[in-house]
Design a binder for this molecule. Structure first.
Ligand code: MLT
Length: 454
């Protein structure tokens, strides 16, 4: 039995139980002795692996899990409360029919010899790259081979950071989508966090507030390597004009910077004078790459499908093409988006799918208009919500986390505190327009009841 114990110690709990239950070649009831011998060895492991010290610089957890934690705590305290989420921008409505059917067919096909497919091209299916190009980019000179299909724009933002070294300098809009800052911190690009300024020492925060129409004063921004720019903006909901984007491109070109342009909400732009892609701006192809996603277009937050456009003309300082390194990243640490998701993406770009997808976007836009009007009527300073699914509401002089807590306590509504997006977000909260219509209307009634008397 001693010998048996020694060999079983190296097995996992479940394997151990199974093996112990089939000793002597006969299946018998698993014995409890196997659990007792799975105890860890007495001596402590002395790890030699050092933690990546940049992780220690990150401030608290990632924003949205922290909000989810506070929501859970509130629910535990008030078990009967019907909480409405206007917090994380997560889609709520069903995926349009023709898009869902294309995915059903692709999934069913996987169970047949003819329909089965294994690994696909890491860059995405040719048909899908062509359809994306035709819908969104061929009029601005981009080509299908410059479009890389992926599992989402957030994932692409994380991956693309690997192309740059720790000594790369970075500028972000302030406030901004936390992934730009946190991924730069992890890469070692930002220096230490400074409690006083509530920011990282080496990161440039391009302040975007009502006073500058949410567009940074570029004359105050120093030359930098990377510029992250989200348009229409998450979280402020502001959408840049053509003139502003021309200024941005001119700034990037003048400084030899790469503009990482996040267009995840571009389909929400209602004003036809506003550019939908950075490549509408002449010269952007030599200084910009663009990421986008089906998440907020077609309700794919759970399906996972996005893309990144890297123009052939975009080069590093040594003259080598950025597209070659991005391709290397995608072929090395990514294995192509799910073939089922890609079937859905392709359907979304056909006439019927595109119509259905546009209706879905119109639905969330109406939610945004309802929320925006409510806050305006209640007398708040309100921004966004017209060309973006986010409404940015001012609570001057009040810390955002306190406002978040007050709204949760009084209305049972989850929002997102502005300061979670950067120091210049202090004094604001963000309301997301992604929700069922009845929840949005119920949220409106609760806001009116609690904030109408002020
Ligand atoms: C948000 O709420 O900012 C977004 O939904 C988060 C995301 O898209 O990753």
């Amino acid at each position: 039995m001693m010998k048996l114990n020694t060999s079983l110690q190296s097995l996992s709990h479940s394997k151990c139980c199974t093996l112990a239950g089939s000793l002597n070649g006969r299946r018998s009831k698993p014995s409890r002795i196997s659990c007792a011998i799975a105890a860890p060895p007495a001596e402590e492991v002395k790890m030699r692996v050092k933690r990546n010290e940049n992780f220690g610089k990150l401030q608290a957890g990632y924003l949205f899990p922290e909000i989810a934690r506070r929501r859970r705590a509130h629910q535990e305290k008030h078990p009967d409360a019907k909480i409405i989420s206007l917090g994380i921008g997560d889609t709520t409505e069903p995926i349009p029919k023709s898009i869902a059917e294309a995915m059903q067919q692709a999934a069913a096909g996987m169970a047949t010899l003819e329909g089965y497919s294994g690994y696909g091209a890491e860059q995405g299916k040719g048909e899908l790259r062509e359809a994306l190009c035709q819908r969104f980019y061929s009029h601005v000179g981009r080509k299908p081979n410059e479009i890389f299909v992926s599992d989402g724009s957030k994932c692409d933002i994380g991956r693309l950071q690997m192309m740059f070294g720790a000594d790369t300098t970075v500028a972000v809009q302030d406030p901004s989508y936390p992934v730009y800052v946190d991924s730069s911190v992890i890469m070692g690009m930002t220096g230490e966090y400074d409690e006083g300024s509530k920011g990282f020492g080496k990161l440039q925060y391009m302040v975007c507030r009502p006073e500058n129409d949410f567009f940074p004063d570029l004359s105050k921004v120093q030359a930098t390597d990377l510029i992250f720019f989200c348009n229409p903006n998450n979280p402020t909901g502001a959408a840049a004009t053509r003139k502003q984007l021309e200024e941005l491109v001119a700034f990037a070109r003048k400084n030899g910077a790469i503009l990482v342009y996040d267009a995840a909400y571009a389909i929400y732009i209602a004003d036809s004078d506003l550019p939908q892609t950075i490549f509408e701006i002449p010269g952007a192809e030599e200084c910009a790459m663009e990421t986008c996603s089906f998440s907020k277009y077609a309700g794919f937050t759970g399906v996972r499908l996005g893309w990144t456009v890297v123009p052939e003309q975009l080069k590093f300082a040594d003259g080598s093409p950025v597209i070659a390194d991005f391709n290397r990243i995608m072929t090395t640490i990514f294995n192509g988006a799910s073939v089922i998701a890609q079937a859905g993406g392709l359907a979304a770009l056909q006439d019927e799918g595109f119509r259905e997808m546009s209706d879905l976007v119109a639905f969330y836009r109406e939610n945004a208009a309802i929320l925006r009007k409510t806050f305006v009527d209640l007398g708040f300073s309100v921004y966004g919500g017209e060309n973006a699914p986010y409404i940015w509401v001012g609570f001057p002089g009040k810390p955002s986390w306190d406002v978040f807590a007050e709204i949760l306590e009084k209305c049972n509504i989850v929002t997102t505190p502005g300061s979670g997006f950067g120091p210049a977000g202090e004094g604001f909260v963000r309301a997301s327009a992604f929700g069922h219509r009845e929840d949005i209307l119920e949220a409106v009634e609760r806001f009116k009841k609690e904030f109408g008397k002020q």
